[in-house]
Design a protein around this ligand. Sequence first.
Ligand SMILES: [Fe+2]
Length: 657
Amino acid sequence: MTLGTSPQAPGLVRRRVAAGATAALLGLAVAFGSGMGTPASADAATFSGIILGVGANEAQRTVTWYSSADNAQQVQLAPTAKLVNGEFPADALTFDAAGAANIASSGGFNRHATISNLQEQTAYSYRVGSDGNWSSTYSFKTQDFEGDYDFLFFGDPQIGSSGDVPKDQAGWQDTLDVALAANPDSELLVSGGDQVETAGTESQWNAFLAPDKLRQYPWVATIGNHDVGSKAYEQHFTIPNNDRSGPLYSNGNPNGNSSGGNYWFIYKDTLFIDINSNSYATSQGGGGDAAHVAYVTDVINQHGSEAKWKVLVFHHAIYSPASHAKDSDAKVRRVDFPTAFSNLGVDLVLQGHDHAYSRSYLIKNSQKANPDEQPGAAEVYPGPGGVLYVTSNSASGSKYYDITKPDSSASSGAGNGADPLNPNSYWYNSVQNQEHVRTYVKVGVRKDKLVVENIRSGTCAAPNAAVERGLSCTNTPEGQPVGSLVDKVTIHPYNGDGQALQVSVPNAAPGEFGWTIDGYNGLVDLGTAVDHDGNFFEATGQINPIVVSDNRRSLAPWSISASVSDFKDAAKTFSGAYLGWTPRVLEDGAGAFASGAVASAYDDHGTGLSVSRGLGWANQGHPKGVAKLGADLALKIPGSVEKGGYRATLTITALSS
Ligand SMILES: [Fe+2]
């Protein structure tokens, strides 16, 4: 069980009240602790293109494959520890597959099944087929279902785009091998789209699906412009919470020959939303960007509170550095999306399509959020509405686009103007890179930050199809070897977002009575809770201090109080009454006194901080000045509370007369 504290970064949130009450909210966090199968006989079904996919949550996976025969098939699953000499045990689980005939150009049939109720920290083996006719056996492992984790993001493998499928496949295979050798515990492989060059060409799909890593780690598919023109994409990938309604297809027709649709899933406190950016204008026949904004809004309204992070994925980068930066469709999305994403509290947007790496400045409502953010800043602090956009370079080496120059258009909105701090770069980008070497993006999801790294998985040397076929290459293996970083940035999100730092600021003369939270954001970390022989868990911490200033002539009394919500982790919850505190005056002034201590309900069967409790106060006639109030928090909860990453909201109220 861990409780999270975010760094105390610069920046104060200022509130003032002349009279009456204001409330602000502090977040509290606590966490607890193409494989080819082997047919049994010559006329039995053969299996190809087996791929492991992400499920709706961390306890699910999907498996998708092609079959030569149209019979009933299953996924068979068992913990690897139960296999004896490679034989599945008698009590192996089976999951029935669904599927249909493939489109004519694919031939054969597709099958898919969802594996559910996986246990954490378990190695599993699986195979597909039917009794007596199974594929080869593959394996994957689950990890802890709570807490920190890493995922990897891969741009445009686009197998076939160099003109040499085997070379593209070799680079793709090598990036997966290099990335997962360096990061074997990564939990998801996220696609930036354009898996293949030609949507309906199965030989390219076979090459894309060839690496065995795609049967060991779940693939999070994203549709690109090169995948959209065929049903092969939908046949090869099974997607959780899939919305294949007409408006989410570029031509508005899910029953035509193209692929499409949007989906979402929650994986360990991250809400991922993956959208079909091929559809961007209603003139194409679908719902365009408006349908995507409505979809993302809906999903976040319904499920945003079940996760701590919101990550969007789509193919067509809106803040990219190279050949597609000035595309007319990119400019449309660059107008349609950013304000909505800012308002919805999106933390990170992952994109592909431009085959060059970029990391944006924090963008708020279509503008650089902070004009002073420096190029290449290692730490960024999005205030409310700040969103970071990443564009990935090629993961396979099949194609690279060179960085392009800004023009004289605007340095905001749809413009492609220059960055005043770095005139060769677009206004929206903090980092742009193109060396003509393969890279991938690693995202470290931590309780209080996201760490984004762009990492080289190749050098100029083969496998590097585009370079092998004549493109120049500027990388030096001595200075920029495999595994070295192109870029690294740590995002320290603003935990007190629109909900967690609500305050009403009245139209009163400023400076009479005011108070601030003395910290960058609202999240208070209670550290790791300690288990006391299974009887109870205990965790402690301190609230971010409250600075009170009062220079009113009236010398009127004031008080600050607070209450806490229930602690929640998705469906799991425990009462805020288990939180108690001991208020303290940290810096004397303004006549401040600390209010009395409140015990956890675990100790006194009372209501703890679940009802409003005083933090500090001053009497009528108190001296003018500034005080700093703090409180030691003491959480004590029953041993029966389930493991999880819990958060609660502390609502702070100021009263003055
Ligand atoms: Fe693309």
